[in-house]
Design a protein around this ligand. Structure first.
Ligand code: ADP
Ligand code: MG
Ligand code: ZN
Length: 626
């Protein structure tokens, strides 16, 4: 690689030198531009000793120097007429012995190469520079790869992935084992006429390991892995998507047995006839081609299509019918055990301090996906490396967890004392409200060190894997979200914009309770909000499916719910005025506190030592009440 680049560079330099010396030759002679009349005068006044004319340049040696120069050169506009005019005189002077020597070199036939050669060289140099650019941007050259499927053959980093690399996800692996068996031994299935699914759809939130699972299937079955992303089909040129699909299946059949993996299939497989913006025709052509190809190959050909999406709801129904992606495998967020196993997999290549307990970390990271956990360990490792520590500690993991959930600490952003007090009151408001709400997750950590977007933060990560939320829980969530604003109103006498994010979230929750989940008596168990059109992967507009008659009621009910929560919060905080101020004083002094310290103050005990692993405090022991 290095040599290949070094040689052209030398060639390039040589060419450059040649061109420059050429140009130099043409222009470097600084000639004395004597006027023609002066030249004639010099000859007539018999001052010239020697004279010659070559290539339109007149060179004379004089008897008496002009400006200290004995030899004078001058360009002749028309050497022929000079020879005609002066030839006679020069002849006479030569015979008289005045002019020792004179000579007219024959006029050289002007060669066109002299003019063309520099141009050719310059062209070559340009061509070469262009070629260097193109070779670097080769893969992006649209002319070369037009209509070719941009697949990655084999595993991108060349490392074979197997099921052992996918931690947890036991049910998913079990379902995929069938695919592995088929690819390994298709006859076993076809002999008894079993129908193996053409395609399987991996469905789940981002980062749960869908791509990883697909790679692992290929690794387990030891077959080729053709991977392409749905967005690769979508191009600005009409027809390219469809031809890429064709190309992809052709490639797969050639190298069968193989797995075709279409990542983010929703980019191309969206419901036809819907969507905002232009370009439907192109997308539909591509999708149609995909359907045709999936129907077209025989089951014995040993090609299985896997696809991944986090939005199965927006896929075209034709894709999901039997014979196409008729199997869906749900890849969910891992539970405690799964999280611990994933952490173990990713901790393999890292050096952990003896104090690091991955079980504790797993318990404290409810809701995290595999990608989140891998990121957590990586952030912690970066922190250890930055401080040049050989092993990563529980403190690193604590800081990494805080950074991931609330953004990095901004120690340099100094808050003035007044702001600090406002922030402390706001955060204490959240925390005290949480403490007095029975269904609310306990406070884990409070800080008035700015992080990410916020000036302070109060964490209350859930203690167990609960995937459901009751009306009461949602309501209490709203109350605690309002805690910051209520504390400001009660104890500062003024309110700030610091609560705007809290208010947004509280309002959204209230709206969902009223209009989506049917949790309000007046409106009944009716969902008034549709999923809405999905555009570029997000809900672009939520279509309302309610009449004007209910529009006002929905707004009224949302407001009533928030008002009720607000009053509830006012009651909690005004009854706990002293406690709240004790928390504020502690925060102003120490900047952060752990959940245990917070609880100690709330219970009127002495707040113990500050902990550097606050996010994990209370998660060490196995919960016994179960
Ligand atoms: P998805 O395709 O579902 O968005 P990926 O398969 O790309 O997620 O996962 C991203 C990364 O997260 C993987 O490269 C891997 O490091 C990690 N990961 C996710 N799930 C697991 C798992 N079950 N076991 C080990 N690592 C996982
Ligand atoms: Mg993926
Ligand atoms: Zn807040």
């Amino acid at each position: 690689m290095r040599n290949r680049r070094a040689i052209p560079l030398i060639v390039y330099l040589i060419l450059l030198v040649v061109v420059f010396s050429w140009a130099g030759d043409l222009f470097n002679d600084s000639m004395n531009q004597l006027p023609y009349s002066t030249v004639v005068d010099l000859i007539r006044s018999q001052q010239v000793k020697k004279l010659e004319v070559q290539d339109g340049v007149l060179t004379m040696e004089l008897y008496i120097a002009i400006d200290g120069e004995n030899t004078i050169r001058s360009a002749l506009a028309n050497p022929e007429s000079f020879q005609e005019q002066m030839g006679q005189l020069l002849q006479e002077q030569h015979e008289a012995g005045i002019l020792e020597y004179y000579h007219f070199y024959p006029e050289e036939e002007f060669s066109p190469y002299e003019l063309i050669l520099p141009l050719v060289l310059a062209g070559l140099v340009l061509l070469f520079v262009w070629a260097m650019f193109m070779s670097r941007a080769n893969s992006n050259n649209p002319l070369q790869n037009f209509g070719k499927a941009r697949t990655v053959l084999g595993v991108p980093d060349g490392k074979k992935v197997t099921f052992a690399d996918v931690a947890g996800a036991d049910e998913e692996k079990e379902e995929l084992q069938e695919v592995v068996d088929f690819l390994r031994n298709p006859e076993k299935f076809t002999q008894i006429g079993a129908r193996i699914p053409h395609g399987m759809l991996l469905v789940g939130p981002p980062g749960t390991g869908k791509t990883l699972l697909a790679r692992a299937v290929a690794g387990e079955a030891d077959v080729q892995f053709l991977s392409i992303s749905g967005s690769d089909f979508v191009e600005m040129y009409v027809g390219v998507g469809a031809s890429r699909v064709r190309d992809l299946f052709e490639q797969a059949k050639k190298i069968a047995p193989a797995i075709i993996f279409i990542d983010e299939i929703d980019a191309v497989g969206r419901k036809r006839g819907s969507g905002l913006g232009g370009g439907h025709d192109e997308k539909e052509q591509t999708l149609n081609q995909l359907l045709v190809e999936m129907d077209g190959f025989a089951r014995t050909e040993g090609v299985i299509v896997l696809a991944a999406t986090n939005r199965p709801d927006i896929l075209d129904p034709a894709l999901l019918r039997p014979g196409r992606f008729d199997r869906q495998i749900h890849v969910g967020r891992p539970d405690v055990k799964g999280r611990e196993e994933i952490l173990k997999v990713h901790a393999k290549d890292k050096r952990l301090d003896a104090t690091v307990n991955l079980k504790t970390v797993a318990r404290a990271t409810t809701g995290f996906t595999g990608a989140d956990l891998s990121n957590l360990l990586n952030e912690a490792a970066i922190m250890a490396a930055r401080d040049s520590r050989p092993v990563l500690t529980m403190e690193d993991l604590n800081e990494a967890l805080m950074k991931i959930t609330a953004g990095p600490a901004k120690k340099s952003r100094v808050q003035i004392r007044k702001d600090l007090r406002e922030t402390a009151i706001h955060e204490a408001g959240h925390a005290v409200a949480m403490y007095h709400l029975p269904t609310h997750d306990p406070v884990r950590h409070i800080t008035i060190i700015p992080r990410g977007q916020s000036l302070g933060s109060t964490w209350s990560l859930p203690r167990d894997d609960s995937f459901n939320m009751t009306r009461n829980q949602m309501y209490e969530q709203i109350v605690s979200l309002l805690g910051g604003r209520v504390a400001e109103a009660l104890f500062l006498g003024d309110i700030s914009v610091g609560a705007s994010n809290d208010i947004d979230r509280a309002t959204k929750l209230a709206k969902d309770m009223v209009a989506r989940y049917g949790m309000c008596e007046k409106l009944g168990t009716v969902s008034y909000l549709d999923g809405g059109e999905v555009f570029i992967g997000r809900d672009y507009q939520t279509t309302k499916s309610y009449s004007e008659k209910y529009a006002g009621t929905i707004d009224d009910e949302v407001k009533a719910l928030i008002d009720k929560a607000y009053e509830h919060c006012v009651k909690i905080l005004s009854e706990n005025r002293e406690k709240l101020h004790a928390i504020v004083d502690y925060l102003l002094e120490k900047e952060s506190m752990t959940g245990e310290q917070f609880e100690a103050i709330m219970e009127g005990r002495e707040a113990g030592e500050t902990s550097a692993t606050a996010m994990f405090d209370g998660f060490e022991e196995e919960k016994t009440e179960e």
